[in-house]
Design a protein around this ligand. Structure first.
Ligand SMILES: Cc1cc2nc3c(=O)[nH]c(=O)nc-3n(C[C@H](O)[C@H](O)[C@H](O)COP(=O)(O)OP(=O)(O)OC[C@H]3O[C@@H](n4cnc5c(N)ncnc54)[C@H](O)[C@@H]3O)c2cc1C
Length: 439
């Protein structure tokens, strides 16, 4: 019988998290394969709005926190594109989101371990093989041909998928869209007479701003949110220290109930709107209001979209003002639901349900170094980069921390400190140190 070719790592999904992992592994000549079902790398393409920025400094590129000398750094990208001088005059840390996408595509294009147009449709556990491994089943999106690969370690990087309230899901399509589709439908939106945007996070604000900037006499814009207001993302520097390895250490040690209860308290760090976006919106509203007839907007908080009904070519949107306990409806041409994202957990994950530990029915236990916790000790591991908020805190989807996470995982896989693990660098202490605890 042929001996199996067992790879060191197979990564599922190539978003920025696994792309950074692929770049670091390739630089170290570690045998790895990465698969993504999309035809090519494209970072949240529906939200690549001109003028929108990455919400973290460019230093949070795919590799710099692991190795600032890497050829895959953002600065090297700029250098090779002959953009370094204009970036120097640009003199800012926050780069255009569209440029981050170009940079990541440039990295992906140089990696021989990344394969696009390939869905991972199954993972088969092979604990009794010598050595134990996983069999990863891939389907080519075009030819539907299946291939089987074997690996010692799986790294799940399947990211997130759009979240839409259950009652509204059935209306998606036609004139009702999730914000993730925005760039694909923007021409359609521009032709309409009225648009309703629901949500008060960064995506909703960017879409409202983009529409407002292009609005002449139409479309009329309704911007509603269920939240108590259109609030700013907390950006104070001490507060930002929550996005640090030290905080992850602290958070991960807390009991599940404490972690779960703490996440809503920290939501201002993740769920508001960037100060600059809110400024732009307000300034534009103010300028338009010089001629009130040019200001065709309705902005309202505490208001939930509860249902939608299609009437001819329009949509009747049923709304509820939560504090006044009053219902009303609006008739619009298009609806954009900027209602967020949820972890994307592949179906085959269910097969591991009985083998691993769970913190509650939907949230699996994860070790500090990102391994799923198997009830029975094993040498072949599944690492996850997705669905980590409950275990590793609000920085779970932060691009800078994803590089630090990749360092930890790579070091565990190779069994020594290939990349120095970054600790410290924050001014506050998140809990008592071991020697400070009362005896
Ligand atoms: C619009 C938007 C803007 C954001 N901006 C920032 C920001 O500025 N700063 C920041 O720190 N964070 C930001 N985030 C949060 C986070 O950094 C991103 O969501 C990031 O894309 C997460 O990367 P990822 O690799 O986990 O997953 P994703 O980028 O979601 O990629 C997952 C990939 O997995 C693939 N996939 C899924 N299932 C399979 C399968 N079965 N087989 C093969 N492939 C599969 C998908 O095709 C996809 O390409 C933003 C999020 C959104 C939605």
């Amino acid at each position: 019988m042929n001996k199996l070719n067992i790879h060191e790592v197979i990564g599922i999904g190539i978003g920025p998290f696994n792309l950074g992992m692929a770049a670091l592994l390739e630089e170290q000549n570690i045998d790895a394969l990465f698969f993504d079902e999309s035809p090519s790398f494209n970072w949240h393409p529906g939200m690549l709005i001109e003028g929108s920025d990455l919400q973290v400094p460019f230093l949070a590129d795919l590799v710099t926190f692991a190795d600032p000398t890497s050829r895959f750094s953002f600065l090297n990208y700029l250098h090779t594109q002959k953009r370094l001088f204009s970036f120097y005059f640009f003199n800012r840390f926050d780069i255009p989101r569209r440029e981050y996408n170009n940079y990541a595509q440039w990295v992906a294009g140089q990696l021989s371990n990344c394969h696009f147009g390939k869905s991972v449709i199954d993972i088969i556990d092979r604990p009794d093989d010598r050595p134990p491994c996983y069999e990863v089943v891939i389907e080519d999106r075009e030819t539907k041909k299946q291939q089987h690969f074997h690996t010692k370690n799986v790294v799940v990087g399947t990211g997130t998928k759009p979240m839409v309230p259950k009652d509204l899901e059935k209306h998606l399509g036609d004139g009702v869209f999730h914000s993730s589709q925005y760039q694909y439908v923007v021409d359609e939106l521009e032709e309409s007479d009225s648009i309703l945007i629901a949500g008060s996070g960064q995506s909703a604000a960017e879409i409202f701003l983009d529409q407002l900037q292009n609005q002449r006499s139409k479309p009329f814009l309704h911007w509603l949110t269920r939240s108590s207001g259109f609030f700013q993302l907390e950006a104070g520097k001490l507060g930002q220290e929550v996005f640090s390895p030290d905080y992850i250490d602290y958070f991960h040690e807390l009991p599940f109930e404490k972690r779960k209860n703490e996440l809503p308290n920290l939501s201002q760090l993740r769920n508001g709107v960037e100060e600059s976006t809110l400024h732009q919106i307000y300034d534009l509203l103010y300028h338009r209001s010089v001629h009130p007839q040019e200001l065709s907007v309705h902005i309202q908080a505490n208001t939930e979209v509860v249902d939608i009904e299609k009437i001819d070519k329009q949509y009747k949107v049923y709304c509820f003002q939560r504090q006044q306990d009053k219902s009303f409806d609006l008739t619009v041409d298009k609806v954009v639901l900027a209602t967020g994202y949820k972890p994307h957990i592949p179906d085959w994950f269910e097969k591991f349900r009985e083998l691993i530990e769970w913190e509650d029915t939907n949230r699996f236990a994860v070790t500090r170094d990102y391994q799923l916790v198997f009830k029975k000790h094993r040498s072949h591991q599944i690492y996850t980069l997705s669905n980590l908020e409950h275990s590793h805190g609000p920085g779970a989807t932060n691009l800078a921390l994803s590089v630090l996470r990749n360092i930890t995982i790579i070091n565990r896989i190779v069994g020594h400190e290939l990349y120095p693990e970054q600790q410290g660098g924050v001014f506050q202490q998140f809990g008592l140190k071991k020697d400070e605890e009362a005896k």
